[in-house]
Ligand binder design. Sequence first.
Ligand SMILES: Cc1ncc(COP(=O)(O)O)c(C=O)c1O
Length: 438
Amino acid sequence: MKVLNLPGPKAEALIKRDKAVISPSYPRAYPFVMDHGKGSEVWDVDGNRFLDFAAGIAVAATGHSHPAVVKAIQEQAEKFLHISSDFYHEVWINVAEKLAAIAPFKEEALCFMTNSGTESVEGAIKLARYHSGRDNFIGFLGGFHGRTIGAVTFTASKYKYHQGFGPLMNGVTHVPFPDPYRPLLQSLPGEDYGETVVRYIEEQILDKIYSPDSVAGILVEPIQGEGGYVVPPPGFFPALRKLCDQHGILLIVDEVQAGMGRTGKWWSIENFGVEPDIVTSAKGIASGIPFGAVIARKSIMTWPKGTHGNTYGGNPISCVAAAATIDQIEKHYLANTIETGAYTLQKLKEIQSRHPCMGDVRGMGFMIGVDFVEDRDSKKPADELRNRVERLAFERGLLLLGCGKSVIRISPPLCTTKEQIDEGLNIFEEAVSLAENE
Ligand SMILES: Cc1ncc(COP(=O)(O)O)c(C=O)c1O
């Protein structure tokens, strides 16, 4: 397999200029300097081609520069770029109608438009407090919800997201996420591990920390993203929904990474058979144009005029990009995600059977995690090995991104074909073989 000499001279020169003027806080994975992209392929500034199995952290849902998305943006740009959320316009209403139509609950939906995932989460937190008149929340260890002060308080995937930024928001307690591969709690005989976690919330948190009638909401990713592409057991969400109903607690699902078709359903919560109260979206929703939404039941989005707003919410460029993205996902890519995602999972399981360092392969649709371990008995995370796989794949023309402690995420654009999966997984397996022996 051809090994690329990276970074090339143009990439190296740009990285030098970048270092001089850009904040050092960005978590750059490796020296990929983008020139252009098409579908699931990207090229760097030195002319090297890569398959993109990261999609800009699960954002390029329709692939890079999808012609329908680009056309919608170009046409809208000729008309107007901005008018502010003080006024009305049609493309904003169009996208809200589309989102309301696919909202994962039967009740009518209302939408609040944002510019990012973290802003969607902030909006959901404020809405839950405003509507319920309650102060407190429950979040999950390993969760990632963004980096503004409210959202980052819920984020609990790495301590560095908190260290140095305190004091954080009051009224948030974290509990274990139901990770069936590395469970933290002890189940009762015959108990689903998801039910164990809900029992822990009920018996410990709602007894010892918060009175149930002081809890505004439980904020949860239906499938944890940044925390390691962790899929909860089937009993979790039905038990959590029941607990929320019992105590009037709002179930807020963060679909920023797992939503918008990535798991083969519009929203990942639909894989678990329960209806949430509030949904947060961003990332894949507009194929890369900054855009997000808080989608809530009409009976919950009760905040009156002037209580919450923003300058760019409903920006026309973002709205047409989102509308075109939703159309393309509906017409072509939901079906492809189900079929090619299942193919990818099966191929990865075959590769796993040849490599003991691949402890767990899990996921749904195009949201698949490979958890690297020192050995399958101890399940000790092999983070160094994971990092080597990421680098070796990059040098062979495949973009991958890690998550969790020792996981590689396979999150390609939803348009990725079986041929591209085969090509990418050949590189992946070679990278794993080399990393094992390095
Ligand atoms: C589940 C989830 N929520 C929120 C966010 C924050 O989104 P943003 O980076 O657009 O603020 C992310 C980003 O990775 C995410 O994965």
